[in-house]
Design a protein around this ligand. Sequence first.
Ligand SMILES: [Zn+2]
Length: 175
Amino acid sequence: MSFIYPEEYIKEHAGKDRMVLYPTISDIAVQEFGDCGKGVIALRAYARGELVGAFTGKMGHDLLQHTLQIDPENHIHDPYFVGYLLHSCDPNVVVDMHQRLVYCIKDIPAGTPLSMDYASTEDQLFSQFACGCGAPNCRQWVTGRAERVNEDGTAHLLGKMGINLMNTTAMPVMK
Ligand SMILES: [Zn+2]
């Protein structure tokens, strides 16, 4: 069985005891998704509640673009699996940062990108971004769970409402 993680990587970052839980190369793959960059795709169907697998990676104190937060001081970098999960405001997987496990929260047909809600693990994002996930409950602008919408986000959200910050006459009157 070939796991998504190279053997050397597993030796360096994890014990062998969890190996049976790592996804294999017939379960998931990291792929390019055009404008979204790299993402993780399901290569087989998953049922709601099913374990996608355990993850591992390099621990560090720096918040990077592809790290996930373990706690406010520690972040894990995993370039083979969770580091490339795409964001959705209506995700199909949930990431348990304590057990380091990924579970499906929807039935997932083969060929579907796996998505998580970045605000479910991150206090702060490496960078906030405009969301085009298309979910009915899309927040339009994604932030970490403990940070405010930044200036770009405010302009983006006002723009979505048809308000242009550059044109002060269109500003709503607030008291
Ligand atoms: Zn969204």
